[in-house]
Design a protein around this ligand. Structure first.
Ligand SMILES: Cc1cc2nc3c(=O)[nH]c(=O)nc-3n(C[C@H](O)[C@H](O)[C@H](O)COP(=O)(O)OP(=O)(O)OC[C@H]3O[C@@H](n4cnc5c(N)ncnc54)[C@H](O)[C@@H]3O)c2cc1C
Length: 397
């Protein structure tokens, strides 16, 4: 197995390292101290746009692979590079990574399910955006996010529209997004086959009551809950069109594709936070004359080893994805392994720093609060274990 990455991806990694240190960590810290997401008009977003962030990986048919746009340093050329970039970005600030403009989690379902016309409509504004704009993804509902197959938001056809009714929770950037990919069901009795995905555009009547949730960490970006009340969405916004769902078992597969592509990257992010915590702990140990303590050194090394093992699993999952080989088990394993390893790293660092960490004005305390979400998003640790155990005994996922 070869985890090397292209020269372009190496250079993206270097750019990210520079921006992480100079821009992302200070911006994430600023949002954390303010206890609120960075506002839409924060100059940080404009600066990051100028650095090539906020762009889609989609290109119109016939365009050259990299188009004529400025390079997009945040878009990896391979899944392996994506994990390494995710790790590096989260090392500096994971919340900022999600706060950055761009189509976000809404992009993968549009890429995998959308018609050419829909890709053109919804992704072309992100090819070379002149101002910071966002896309979003909304699956989770107030009744629970793990049982994805059992979503309750209803979709009913009415002439040349669909009418959506329901509620969604914790959707990243929905309140500021140009559009949100919303999953709904035409009939709960149909299970996964009843799922449909809609691109709901900002300002659509009945799409509103946005509430930015309070979070313990990752405060740099907004996690938004909202309602769909008689929300009329044009039939043309049904992702993939009717034909897509006649051929496949509903929108669920599109959602799960999104998740499977994301899990190794989320694992990488957890490792990045853990690495940042261990660097803080090691620096503190050196500064305070604790480096000679054998027990602390031993715990530092053990924690680092677990992070490395988790990263290797994520890279293996990504390596398989790059070769279009099934990677469901490895993707779930990496997502199950990395957040607990990172949690252990941040806990250890908190303990080493003692009062200095617990006071609430040190980076380590922020990392300790930030890391928990990585065990929750895109399928909790328990759900990953459920998926792997079902697979072991030959049950369908
Ligand atoms: C910071 C953050 C950002 C998020 N961003 C988004 C977003 O952009 N878009 C979006 O749609 N959602 C988003 N989410 C929601 C996230 O996907 C859900 O929180 C997650 O899927 C878990 O759902 P839940 O919190 O409702 O927990 P529940 O599903 O209610 O589960 C509660 C607990 O029960 C456990 N559990 C549930 N079922 C089982 C089972 N069968 N076996 C064993 N244990 C089980 C779970 O592991 C969990 O510990 C975000 C969440 C957070 C915290």
């Amino acid at each position: 197995m070869d985890f090397s990455i292209s020269a372009d991806d190496q250079s993206r990694l270097q750019t990210l390292r520079r921006l992480g240190r100079d821009e992302m960590r200070p911006a994430g810290w600023r949002a954390d101290r303010a206890g609120a997401p960075l506002p839409v008009d924060d100059p940080f977003f404009v600066r990051m746009l100028a650095e090539g962030f906020g762009r889609t990986r989609w290109r119109a048919a016939g365009a050259t692979p990299d188009g004529t746009d400025a390079p997009a340093p945040n878009k990896a050329g391979s899944a392996v590079a994506q994990v390494l970039l995710a790790e590096e970005g989260a090392y500096w600030d994971r919340g900022i990574g999600v706060a950055l403009p761009g189509p976000g989690l809404g992009e993968p379902p549009i890429l995998s399910m959308g018609t050419p016309e829909q890709k053109q409509r919804f992704l072309s504004p992100f090819v070379n955006p002149q101002r910071p704009i966002w896309g979003a993804f909304a699956m989770t509902e107030p009744s629970g996010g793990s049982d994805v197959a059992n979503i309750k938001t209803r979709a009913r056809r009415d002439g040349d529209h669909w009418v959506l009714d329901g509620a969604k929770s914790f959707s990243g950037n929905s309140g500021r997004a140009e559009w949100t990919v919303v999953f709904a069901t035409i009939d709960p009795a149909l299970g996964r086959a009843g799922h449909r995905a809609f691109v709901v555009e900002r300002g659509t009547p009945g799409f509103g009551d946005f509430r930015i949730e309070k979070k313990m960490g990752l405060k740099a970006y907004e996690s938004t809950s909202f309602f769909l009340s008689g929300c009329r969405v044009p039939a043309a916004n049904l992702l993939g069109g009717e034909a897509y769902y006649e051929q496949r078992s509903g929108g669920f597969k599109g959602a799960m594709n999104t998740f499977n592509a994301g899990r190794p990257a989320i694992a990488g992010m957890a490792v990045g936070i853990g690495r940042a915590a261990l660097d803080e702990a090691a620096a503190f140990m050196q500064a305070q004359g604790l480096a000679s303590d054998l027990r602390l050194r031993d715990r530092l090394e053990r924690s680092r080893r677990k992070l490395k093992a988790a990263l290797l699993m994520a890279l293996r999952a990504a390596w398989l994805a790059d070769r279009r080989q099934p990677n469901m088990l490895e993707a779930s394993a990496s997502k199950a392994l990395a957040p607990p390893a990172a949690f252990e790293a941040t806990s250890f660092a908190m303990e080493v720093l003692g009062l200095a960490g617990g006071r609430g004005d040190h980076l380590i305390e922020k990392l300790f609060r930030d890391v928990k979400a990585l065990d929750i998003v895109e399928g909790t640790g328990q759900i990953q274990r459920v998926v792997m155990a079902r697979h072991l005994v030959g049950l369908p996922n």
